[in-house]
Design a binder for this molecule. Structure first.
Ligand SMILES: Cc1ncc(COP(=O)(O)O)c(C=O)c1O
Length: 439
């Protein structure tokens, strides 16, 4: 890493404060704090402009898979640069997007036969929603327009994906702009059956994050929930959309979370880990049945009129192919059980702390919920999980708060000893912020 002079660093910090509006960030607070500017990385460490190293405990917002600066992905992108950086998929094809389609569809649930590329988790979900809607229009069931969602769902920040979201803090303000949905509470399958009994002829699809709701604070679904949703969707002729944007690519211990319950969705959304955390790319996978409903002569207007400028970007697809190659070469999934066990073992210690209300884990996805020792929530203005994350930064790890939950999602490629260091930092950060509040 080429070290910057103090003057350069000061300039960067000033421009960052003056010019950049950061996502999901209260800028008044941000402006008053010292910005943390990342300059480079080594495996599972990020390094800031001052040379300080941090364990990337959240995989750079759940995208990084094998660690940073993976030589196989670096080389794949460089090699692709020698061919072409971008060409459109609207009516044309490019080499890496074809090769990736073959690899991804071979890995995905067997019923999924077609891939539609886009560039973020939100767009992958938008596309699934529009496909489901248009599918029923073509099938002559035009009244099937409603979507079933889960309470506390998060599917992204574009208007369609916000419509199927259920997080009060992020979504409520926008209600007047959103289309109507029916929300299912508490993963209650009997309620879902009831809704289907009353309205299934109006329902296009049921949208879920399978097994675990990430942004809701790592909320785990009861065993059997995903397969029960699949059964009901089959029984009542409703499409099932699984949003694997967060859970895909090994995060839950399996390549895709639906594998835990042997479920095959009708539409599946992928993004985040798809390129190993290198470049923006997303995919919506569909069944032959859905795809074929869009086939026809041009004047029938069955075409799916949707596409983005960077759809199927060759550089991103080359990175994604290399990402999958590392899964094979490094036996990433085979090595996971030991890491998941280490995580579990160390989390047991953290769970014993008086201000830890609950620890939730599925594979490498973890949420540590904080509360007063008597179980009451901390006052909102204390932003307790944020305080713990700030302390963790001081101690050399990047974590993220979601309400009163500290989220941990280390790269799958993290070495066991780095994972132990990360958990120790979390443990110490909780002690440092909360020990005086426990009594
Ligand atoms: C389950 C799920 N779906 C969709 C998204 C949106 O993805 P993106 O931020 O790439 O638009 C996220 C992001 O966290 C997510 O967790």
């Amino acid at each position: 890493m080429k070290r910057k002079s103090n003057q350069e660093i000061k300039q960067l910090k000033d421009w960052d404060r003056e010019l950049i509006w950061h996502p999901f960030t209260q800028m008044r607070e941000y402006q008053n704090a010292e910005p943390l500017i990342i300059q480079s990385a080594e495996d599972c460490y990020l390094i800031d402009v001052d040379g300080k190293r941090y364990i990337d405990g959240i995989s750079s917002l759940w995208v990084n898979v094998h660690g940073h600066r993976q030589s196989i992905i670096d080389k794949a992108i460089r090699d692709q640069l020698d061919e072409v950086a971008h060409s459109t998929l609207l009516g044309f094809a490019n080499v890496p997007s074809i090769l990736l389609a073959k690899k991804l569809l071979d890995l995905a649930p067997q019923n999924l036969k077609k891939i539609f590329y886009s560039d973020s988790g939100s767009t992958a979900v938008e596309i699934a929603l529009k496909m489901a809607f248009q599918y029923w229009q073509h099938k002559g069931q035009k009244q099937k327009q409603l979507f079933i969602t889960l309470e506390n769902a998060y599917h992204g920040d574009t208007i369609g994906s916000v419509s199927v979201g259920g997080m009060e803090l992020f979504h409520e303000l926008f209600r007047p702009l959103l289309f109507k949905t029916l929300a299912l509470s508490d993963f209650n399958i009997e309620n879902l059956r009831q809704i289907f009994l009353e309205k299934s002829n109006q329902i296009a699809a049921c949208v879920i994050e399978p097994m675990i709701q990430g942004a809701a604070g790592m909320r785990l679904q009861p065993p059997g929930f995903v397969s029960a949703v699949r059964k009901l969707c089959d029984e009542f002729n409703v499409l099932m959309i699984c949003d694997e944007v967060a859970t895909g690519f090994g995060r839950t211990g399996k390549m895709f979370a639906v594998e835990h319950e042997g479920v095959q969705p009708d539409l599946m959304c992928l993004a985040k880990g798809i390129t190993g955390g290198y470049l923006p790319l997303a995919a919506t996978l569909a069944t032959e049945e859905i795809y074929s409903a869009f086939e026809g002569s041009y004047p029938e207007f069955k075409t799916f009129f949707h596409g983005h400028s960077y759809t199927g970007n060759p550089l991103a697809c080359a990175a994604a192919l290399a990402n999958l190659e590392i899964f094979v070469q490094e036996k990433t999934l085979e090595k996971l059980p030991k890491k998941i066990e280490t995580l579990h073992y160390m989390l047991e210690k953290i769970a014993e702390q008086p201000c830890v209300k609950e620890v939730r884990q599925l594979g490498m996805m973890v949420g540590v919920e904080l509360a007063k020792a008597n179980g009451e929530a901390f006052p909102l203005e204390e932003r307790i999980a944020n305080q713990v994350c700030q302390e963790a930064i001081q101690q050399g790890a990047l974590l993220r708060p979601l309400g009163d939950v500290v989220v941990l999602m280390p790269p799958l490629g993290i070495e066991n000893y780095v994972l132990e260091d990360l958990l120790e930092i979390l443990n110490q950060s909780i002690i440092s912020v909360l020990s005086h509040k426990a009594s």
